[in-house]
Design a protein around this ligand. Structure first.
Ligand code: DQA
Length: 144
């Protein structure tokens, strides 16, 4: 059994009601259900969300120690968290896949969203496909 850690940053617990015109009307529980249904046999989805940078950093440390591949939507931390970048770097530099995902395409949005502190240490990036971004990341990890 392989576990895939699906980490979600601040405000993503509000999916469903948060700016639905951008992020859609489905919730994080819907995402969990869909990923669990899409996961091929032998893959377990461990989906978590936190508004706390420290908690996300701790979960990335655990992923390194357990050698767990990570799908990471860093949300707003994408654009300013060096702590999260340094933690993500430990995952990818250990040879464990870490895929940065976004529901929206930040490059079509405000200037401050054009910078990602995570992309430079991610194995790959998928953005702009709503829940499909996570599904594509899962397919990539499952295919390896
Ligand atoms: C986001 C994009 C970020 O810019 C934003 O802060 C989020 C969500 C996305 O999934 O599109 O919270 O990561």
């Amino acid at each position: 059994m392989t576990t895939v850690l699906v980490l979600n940053g601040p405000n993503l617990n509000r999916l469903g009601t948060r700016e639905p015109e951008k992020y859609g009307s489905e919730t994080l529980s819907d995402l969990r259900e869909q990923l669990e249904a899409q996961a091929p046999e032998g893959i377990t989805i461990d989906l978590r969300q936190s508004n706390s940078e420290a908690e996300l950093v701790g979960w990335l440390h655990d992923a390194v120690d357990a050698r767990t591949p990570v799908i990471l939507n860093p949300a707003a931390f994408t654009h300013y968290s060096i702590a999260l970048r340094d933690a993500a770097a430990q995952v990818s530099s250990a040879g464990i896949e870490l895929i940065e995902v976004h529901l929206t395409n930040p490059h079509t949005r405000e200037d401050f969203r054009q910078v990602s502190y995570i992309s430079g240490v991610a194995t790959g990036i998928i953005a702009g496909f709503g829940f499909g971004s996570y599904r594509l990341a899962l397919e990539q990890i499952a295919g390896r």
